[in-house]
Write a protein that binds this ligand. Structure first.
Ligand code: SF4
Ligand code: SF4
Length: 383
């Protein structure tokens, strides 16, 4: 990992202590490779109650699991009554590839930065559990613990802010003043009373860059995301048909969106990691849309196996690529989408009704727009 930022202060890690204290937990966290570690008390912090309000406003869309867990999310003691402290861990995943806002070529597939490497649930689940085990042995007495990596009913960004890892920006991301926001978070609830850290301080000030840059106006107010309008939700959480009214806004995004993080001044010159787990897989390292489209299903499946993109699987990924091809206004896209008799076996997912509907939309859009090519060329390819 880079040394360009103060992950855990050296004064806090001079020597691992035998007993369980905030200092010893942070020392061990550093040894295990975490970039940030802070402690929050397990109280019902004021901002935690907003989540229910957010659900009631309909901003969670089809993410029913969020509504189901809303009450438990208001206080971690609802999931672990003995919880006294929350150890929050931050792991930098930024790599040296350009931001999507720097990519001018509409033929390049845009994939959210966090999804280029291995599945963070698996990688951080193992690392966080290693810290949990160490805490249990260091405590000596009985210690209740529970590990969460994104999936549990824990408002992790709010606890991260409470634990001093940064602040929640107007783009709703957790931002560290020096590391930026390319951070995975994981947590350990524990029954020990550990010394809590001071809460993070908001540095957004009068800036509104993230709010202004969002292509779908997904922020009804600063710090509040209407997930149903967000490209991440549309490309990942929408299970079947993407509404036609949303398709043009996807542009070249096929999985998630990073725009509101990329424009944030705290991510300009953000440090990068050399952790092998987060480096882009070859097949997902700035792929062209047309190249992804022509890959057989089995190759696409291999490319996303054990990675975050398994969440959408091949069918939804193909659907998204079809929409992005339709948006790319190019002869290259029209060639890729050209019907290939006998090609069904190579990519059976193209025949899925959901995918086929988006392919038809993309072909019609390309035929109508032609991307500057003589209209006959694109129409001849597609019709
Ligand atoms: S991820 Fe993209 S679409 Fe979603 S809020 Fe941010 S800029 Fe808007
Ligand atoms: S872009 Fe500006 S307003 Fe948005 S999170 Fe970053 S600093 Fe805050």
């Amino acid at each position: 990992m880079t040394d360009a930022h103060p992950r855990l202060r050296d004064t806090e890690v001079e020597r691992p202590l035998a007993t369980l204290t905030s200092v010893s937990v942070k020392a061990r966290a550093r040894e295990l490779g975490f970039d940030l570690c802070g402690i929050a008390s397990a109280g019902d912090h004021a901002r935690l109650s907003f989540f229910r309000d957010w659900i009631d406003r309909g901003y969670a869309g089809e993410m029913a699991y969020l509504a189901r867990t809303a009450d438990r999310r208001a206080d971690v003691r609802a999931v672990m009554p003995s919880a006294r402290s929350v150890v929050v861990l931050g792991t930098l995943y930024n790599t040296d590839r350009p931001y999507s806002t720097e990519v001018a070529d509409h033929g390049e597939a845009l994939i959210s930065r966090y999804a280029w490497g291995d599945d963070y649930h698996d990688v951080l689940g193992a690392r966080t559990d290693a810290l949990r085990q160490w805490m249990a042995s260091a405590h000596g007495a009985e210690l209740d613990t529970r590990v969460y990596v994104d999936t549990g009913p824990v408002q992790e960004r709010l606890y991260a802010e409470q634990a001093g890892l940064g602040w929640i920006g107007k783009n709703t991301c957790l931002i560290h003043p020096e590391l930026g926001s390319w951070l995975f978070l994981s947590e350990i609830l524990c029954s020990a009373d550990l010394m809590p850290d001071e809460s993070g301080v908001d540095h957004c000030g009068t800036c509104t860059l993230c709010l202004d840059a969002c292509p779908t106006a997904a922020f009804p107010e600063p710090g509040v995301l209407d997930a149903t309008k967000c490209l991440s939700y549309i490309t990942i959480e929408t299970k079947d048909i993407i509404p036609e009214s949303d398709r043009a806004a996807l542009g070249s995004h096929i999985y998630g969106c990073d725009i509101c993080q990329e424009v944030c001044p705290f991510n300009h010159g953000a440090p990068v990691t050399d952790d092998a787990a987060w480096q882009p897989r070859a097949a997902l390292d700035r792929p062209r849309l047309a190249e992804l489209w022509t890959r057989p299903d089995a190759e696409l499946r291999d490319a996303i196996r054990h990675g975050p993109m398994m969440r959408v699987r091949v069918k939804r990924l193909r659907r998204n690529v079809a929409v992005a091809l339709g948006n790319s206004d190019s002869v290259e896209a029209a060639s890729a989408l050209r019907p290939t008799p006998g090609g069904q076996d190579r990519a059976a997912s193209i025949e899925e009704p959901v995918v086929a509907e988006h392919v038809a939309w993309a072909r019609a859009r390309l035929a109508a727009r032609c991307g500057g090519a003589p209209p006959g060329i694109v129409r001849d390819l597609l019709l």
